[in-house]
Design a protein. Structure first.
Length: 398
């Protein structure tokens, strides 16, 4: 597998470079899974598009909630259009798929499980509805559920949610006979509900527990995708540097956090290659606060005690630096000195950049290679609503 990072969640050059690398891997090296840091149900909608499957009736808009610009952008749309065209020339079983790994889709995942069961097993659907009823009032405010459980205002829904997942897995042979792909999708949504319930229940405790649960879920989802595609499966992962780099080589790991990259290295060793991405300055699409509007923000030049500053000092404006082969040992040694590294997520606060966005890392142990863009620009988000007389953009709208 190849894990492709990003230093922000809103930089066009990172998306375009990941798309170019992924096209090469899919077209010429047999990679057949693209797994991204996104919600499973939204990505499943895009997967139906790229694999030429009909959209589900009544499906809501994909990636319509905060932070919509992460995946609802022109750069992703261009890649999906290419992947759809590539798949058209291949047998159905050989088509590359597109999947989300994340846990932030509690309400949509519940809806998907219930819709699936109503179609194939109405009695099971009624049992699922009763079990999920515990969480239904919190679908639009799952963090509120976690807060209420923490302070004893409501009982945990854990037992009912686990029961539902167990029943789904116990019935898999019967359900798979009817439609294996639809069952896998529904079962994965049941896993998301289980992980999300747990995540929101522990998120207020602080420490590493909620981060680790999220990345463990994303890793487990990735492994499930590899298992589903069989021995010929090869995956490309798109996620933030903080998820795909080896956490053990960063202050995150030193504080007890792990991530997808570390779990992949432990499980797949040299069969997992992680490529980080970085920039010195430019503009980025981000919000000032969680849930806030998307803004085009100016990225400040990197601090002098950072890896980004070291790359800027080389005078090379764009590069791929690879130290994964033995002949590059001297380069790896040069990059083994701990320095600061910048991480910009969906929120960027330049006024508190040092405290909000920098962490310590050993770059040569965190990644196998590094893509560098000295100056970068923001992604181009797709409009949430089409203009008058303009058709909506499939697959992001129906």
């Amino acid at each position: 597998m190849v894990l492709l990072g990003e230093a922000t969640h809103g930089t066009a050059e990172f998306y375009k470079a990941r798309a170019a690398i992924t096209r090469e891997l899919v077209q010429n090296h047999g990679f057949n899974i693209v797994a991204v840091e996104a919600d499973w149900p939204d990505a499943a909608h895009l997967d139906r598009y790229v694999r030429h499957r009909a959209p589900r009736p009544g499906r809501s808009r994909a990636f319509s909630r905060f932070p919509f610009w992460m995946w609802r952008n022109r750069e992703v749309m261009d890649f999906l259009s290419w992947l759809r065209a590539h798949n058209e020339r291949r047998d159905v079983k050989d088509r590359a798929s597109f999947h989300g790994l994340d846990v932030y889709s509690l309400g949509e995942s519940i809806h998907t499980v219930l819709t699936y069961l109503r179609k194939i097993d109405p009695l099971a659907a009624e049992r699922a509805r009763m079990r999920y009823g515990c969480l239904t009032p919190w679908q639009d405010d799952p963090a509120g559920y976690g807060h209420a459980v923490l302070y004893g205002r409501v009982e945990s829904c854990e037992e009912a949610i686990v029961e539902q997942l167990i029943e789904m897995l116990f019935s898999r042979l019967d359900y798979i006979r009817q439609d294996g792909d639809d069952y896998f999708d529904a079962a994965q949504n049941a896993r998301v509900v289980r992980a999300a319930e747990h995540y929101y229940r522990i998120m207020y405790r602080g420490g590493a527990e909620s981060w680790n649960l999220r990345d463990r879920h994303m890793f487990d989802t990735l492994v499930s995708l590899l298992d589903m595609r069989g021995p010929e499966s090869k995956a490309v992962v798109w996620a933030h540097n903080s998820h795909i780099g080896n956490a053990a080589a960063t202050s995150m790991g030193w504080a007890g956090e792990f991530n997808i990259g570390e779990l992949c290295k432990k499980s797949f060793d040299k069969d997992a290659i992680a490529i980080g991405f970085g920039t010195d300055r430019g503009r980025v699409m981000a919000a000032s606060d969680w849930g806030g509007p998307a803004e085009i923000k100016t990225v400040r030049p990197a601090r002098e005690d950072s890896y980004e500053f070291a790359f800027r000092k080389t005078g090379v404006t764009r590069s791929l630096t690879d130290w994964s082969v033995p002949s590059r040992r001297a380069l790896a040694d040069t990059l083994s000195m701990p320095l600061r590294e910048r991480a910009i997520g969906v929120v960027y606060r330049p006024e508190s950049e040092f405290l909000s966005h920098y962490f310590q890392a050993v770059l040569s142990d965190q990644f196998d290679a590094y893509v560098w863009f000295e100056e970068t620009s923001p992604v181009t988000p797709l409009r949430m609503e089409p203009s008058h007389g303009e058709p909506d953009t499939y697959p992001f709208g129906l």
